[in-house]
Ligand binder design. Structure first.
Ligand code: ATP
Ligand code: MG
Length: 572
């Protein structure tokens, strides 16, 4: 391909709304253009990279025995009603109506569609296991689309769905995908690692996210260097000790705390109640039902854990006025000892189990209660792990201190069980003729997010550094004289033909531009190899090969092709 015959609109400056480096580079290197917030056009070079990432995914999915299909982006509302997700996933659903006023959803994922297909097409254990995948456009009404392709409203995802006869068989399918994901991200040149993850709205019991470490990542990963434990902070637990035992003391005793509405204020003199001896009481409305959360004063509530324990329904903190209505006091004086209506569900964090001699709000503005014993004085509906892990806490597996770092979620594998197959009737007849639900798993990769993650990891001050496996072109030929018939241009065209004939992907920069402009653009786009041909080097009988990540090599013209080919070999 010749530079002047395609579209590579490089920019010196990134548009001001591009926040992170990879987003800026996508725009500056002329790979994508924004149509609207979270909606992008792929330009020719961006599309070439996208196709390569897709191809790596396709090869590894095929190798793992998955079967490619293509499902519709338009999904009838009814199948989402059947699984209950028309309600639980409504926050991200794009809805459209046809002329007959029928409602459709634009595919954010495809569990409902594939399970409906399996319900019709799978009937016997002889047809199992099966794993279907597709690479297609997905739509999610993200409230805050940002960082370019990282969090878009329309993006490309690979999604796969496995169907098995049993839990054990489903686990084997899961392991195959897990291994395939490692290979995919390795081939994309990404540092990547799996972490234990929350299953979220999708449901299911077991899940891992594949993470790419990056300071701009939207996820926090808790990990242990000593034993390898790693989990999304949304899900991570630690081995923190419970609350130290004390004598229960007498009955709860009310004391005046005028103007004291924070944990911190109560920990100061004259009260001096250490934060870890306080019970923090939070009031949430889950749909419309009030739920109290009790957590130790020095801990933070993890809203993902809370959501997982309240059925993934929509929730929000109660307003101060609602707190008064429910408990008779405003935030700062709330507690769960007195005046808690019987119908209010009370969730308590495990770390409070058995805690004695605690202090909490009295449900009367300006008053607290001391000598509270959890087991004696508080009606707890359910005990859960609800707190957020902090760096330095002991690892839940080995006791060594935990670290936290930021990362980008590029893939996610779930064990789904029979949640979808039961609701949509995907069952099979086993060897004895009994009907049983298929045991499912689902497996996603953000294809466009992966593309951007590669840039986030591979760049320097001059621009992108593509791994060979996904570079838009492997070689950029840069003749410094481009007039037809000029010996420099003739050599460039010869090299172009010879390399292309050997299967190398070459871009010929035939623009009549200053060398500096051409070199800067080649570095910005990040071709793995740039080959400069100019009058001076030609006079010496040489061309200059410059690997994007290495030192410049002057090579005799006659050895140029083999010199370039040598650079294209993977190291080792
Ligand atoms: P996130 O937590 O980042 O919102 P998710 O957990 O909702 O993502 P999944 O349902 O697990 O996403 O989707 C599978 C993969 O699709 C994710 O691992 C991610 O790589 C990608 N993905 C999800 N949402 C987006 C988005 N809005 N833009 C780009 N890629 C996305
Ligand atoms: Mg996910």
């Amino acid at each position: 391909m010749k530079w002047t015959e395609t579209l590579i609109p490089t920019l010196r400056e990134a548009p001001s709304d591009a926040e992170i480096l990879s987003h800026k580079l996508l725009l500056r290197a002329g790979l994508i253009r924004k149509l609207a917030g979270g909606v992008y056009t792929f330009l020719p070079l961006g599309l070439r990279v996208l196709r390569k990432v897709e191809q790596i995914i396709r090869e590894e999915m095929d190798r793992a025995g998955a079967i490619e299909v293509l499902m519709p982006a338009l999904q009838p509302r009814e199948i989402w009603e059947q699984t209950g997700r028309a309600e639980t996933a409504k926050g991200v659903l794009f809805k459209v109506r046809d002329g007959a006023d029928r409602e459709w959803f634009l595919s954010p994922t495809a569990e409902e569609v594939i399970t409906t297909l399996a319900a019709h097409e799978i009937s016997s254990y002889r047809q199992l296991p099966r794993n279907f995948y597709q690479i297609s456009t997905k739509f999610r009404d993200e409230i805050r689309p940002r960082f370019g392709l990282m969090r878009a409203k329309e993006f490309i995802m690979k999604d796969a769905y496995s169907f098995d006869v049993s839990d054990a068989a489903a686990m084997a399918s899961y392991q195959k995908m897990y291994a395939a994901y490692h290979r995919i991200f390795d081939r994309c040149g990404l540092q990547n690692f799996p972490v234990e993850a929350d299953s979220g709205v999708i449901g299911g019991s077991h899940s891992h996210e594949f993470m790419v470490p990056a300071d701009t990542g939207e996820n926090e990963v808790v990990f242990c260097e000593a034993c390898g434990y790693a989990a999304n902070r949304e899900k991570a637990t630690s081995g923190v000790p419970g609350t130290a035992a004390r004598e229960p003391g007498g009955a709860p005793e009310q004391f005046a705390t005028p103007g004291v509405v924070t944990i911190e204020a109560l920990s100061r003199e004259p009260y001096g109640v250490a934060a870890h001896r306080q019970i923090k009481t939070l009031v949430y409305l889950v749909e419309d039902s009030p739920v109290l959360v009790l957590i130790r004063g020095d801990d933070q509530l993890n809203e993902t854990k809370f959501s997982a324990r309240t059925g993934g329904l929509t929730f929000r903190p109660a307003t101060p006025e609602e707190c008064v209505e429910i408990l008779g006091a405003r935030p700062g004086s709330l507690g769960a000892v007195r005046r808690v209506p019987a119908e209010v569900r009370v969730l308590a964090d495990e770390r409070l189990r058995g805690a004695n001699d605690m202090t909490t709000g009295a449900n009367e503005d300006g008053f607290h209660l001391r000598h509270v014993a959890m087991d004696r004085d508080v009606r707890v509906s359910d005990w859960f792990d609800l707190r957020t892990v902090a760096a330095g806490e002991p690892c839940v597996k080995c006791g060594q201190p935990l670290n936290i770092r930021r990362a980008i979620e590029v893939g996610h594998v779930f064990k789904l069980g029979t949640k979808y197959s039961e609701k949509l009737g995907a069952s099979y007849l086993d060897e004895s003729g009994a009907r049983r639900p298929c045991v499912m798993g689902c497996y996603g990769i953000g294809v466009t997010r992966t593309l951007q993650a590669i840039i986030e990891q591979g760049n320097d001050k001059d621009g992108i550094i593509w791994p060979l496996s996904v570079a838009p072109y492997q070689v950029c030929l840069t003749p410094l004289q481009v007039a037809a018939g000029h010996p420099v241009m003739e050599l460039a065209e010869t090299l172009y033909r010879e390399l292309t004939a050997r299967g190398v992907e070459v871009l010929l920069d035939d623009r009549d531009e200053r060398p500096g402009v051409k070199f800067k653009d080649a570095d910005l786009v990040g071709f793995p190899i740039r080959v400069a041909i100019g009058e001076k080097s030609l006079a010496r009988g040489q061309v200059e090969i410059k690997p994007r990540r290495g030192a410049l090599l002057a090579v005799d013209c006659a050895a140029a092709v083999s010199g370039i080919m040598a650079q294209l070999q993977p190291p080792g």
